[in-house]
Design a protein around this ligand. Structure first.
Ligand code: AMP
Ligand code: MG
Length: 335
């Protein structure tokens, strides 16, 4: 069952169905990873799943909303190279398990629907596999899809195929988080089972010393050192939870952590819209707050990147100012 909403109901239904289908493809590919491939540094499973996921989501959106542009992370240029014919056949084979009859040309055409630049009044943004490193490690990753209109997030669907009811249980059965602007955020099981959607709410903790925070596994994506300085400044006792992908937004949205810190390592990197759009709407509709390290709201009006922001700070709202004050006092993000 889907949440009952008063606007964008068709978009929500299409988005949830699309990320569920893509999540199934990703899960099949991840389960097929040969444990030996990590040592061999074979990235082909994530490449196959990335293209397959984007093909399935773009096919579904193209059917439901043929005029909607999609800003996806991937394009099919490399896949069309005859040198990559075997790779394309692997992608098409996985897509066919869910969409019988899909041929390689159709798969490439679906993927290329994701080539929009994010400058129009209405578009979707897609990360077909967010957290590729987590995917390869057998850990958390997400399929992240959001609809923007006039720069405002309207609908989000975030599929986390390895996330269960709590982080403590390790890899779980798969979760979908969805949200509609002004209407709320909900949890659904990844595999539809007829149960009612469960509203998600952020935690009510407001004592900064009790903050549980999450951050990237990859230190290249967020400064672990600066996070540790913030933790010391606020006298946070708990160790950070390190997770890949927008699963971190889901964990804050459902009250399992009070904050997600994404702390810039330099002045050059610009965050990509598909790494945040879905997560931001899920968290804000669950009662949380999202800004950059300077306290500015994220500005989705600059095409494919968050050009007007630096870093990302996600909280339950109640501890937000305390975290921003710590960042300012420690001069984090000022290069
Ligand atoms: P996470 O799983 O939260 O560590 O984030 C994964 C995302 O980090 C990927 O989808 C990339 O788009 C993004 N990324 C790549 N390089 C950087 C960087 N230098 N700083 C921040 N994010 C990055
Ligand atoms: Mg990503």
């Amino acid at each position: 069952m889907l949440p009952t909403v008063s606007h964008h109901a068709a978009e929500l239904a299409a988005a949830v169905a699309a990320v569920r289908e893509a999540g199934r493809l990703c899960r099949t590919v991840q389960q097929g990873i040969d444990p030996g491939t990590l040592e061999k540094r074979d990235r082909s499973p994530v490449t196959v799943a990335d293209f397959g996921s984007q093909a399935l989501v773009c096919r579904a959106l193209g059917e439901a909303f043929p005029d909607d542009p999609i800003v996806g992370e991937e394009d099919a240029a490399a896949l069309r190279d005859p040198a990559n014919a075997a790779l394309l056949e692997r992608v098409a084979g996985h897509v066919r398990e869910l969409r019988p009859g899909a041929d390689p040309d159709a798969v490439c055409a679906w993927i290329d629907r994701g080539g929009a630049d994010g400058t129009g009044p209405r578009y979707w943004t897609l990360d077909p596999i967010d957290g590729t490193k987590g995917f390869l490690r057998g850990q958390q990753y997400a399929v992240a899809l959001a609809l923007l209109e006039d720069g405002a997030l309207q609908v989000a669907a975030l599929c986390c195929p390895n996330l269960g009811a709590s982080l403590a249980e390790g890899n779980g059965a798969g979760s979908v988080f969805c949200a509609v602007r002004g209407e709320g955020a909900w949890y659904l099981p990844m595999v539809a089972d007829g149960t009612a959607p469960v509203p998600v709410r952020v935690s009510e903790r407001d004592d900064p010393t009790l903050i549980r925070f999450c951050e990237s596994v990859e230190a290249a994506h967020s400064s672990h050192g600066d996070a540790a300085r913030i933790a010391a400044h606020l006298r946070i006792a708990a160790e950070p939870a390190r997770l890949d992908s927008q699963t971190k937004y889901a964990v804050v949205a459902r009250g399992e952590a009070e904050a997600y810190l994404r702390l810039p390592r330099n002045a050059e990197y610009q965050e990509k819209i598909w790494d945040h759009a879905a997560g931001v709407l899920v968290v804000t509709e669950a009662g949380g707050r999202v800004t950059d390290v300077f306290g500015k709201p994220l500005d989705f009006g600059h095409g494919r990147v968050l050009a007007a922001n630096r870093g990302v700070i996600v909280t339950n709202g109640r501890v937000h100012d305390a975290v921003l004050d710590a960042i300012a006092a420690l001069e984090i993000g000022r290069f």
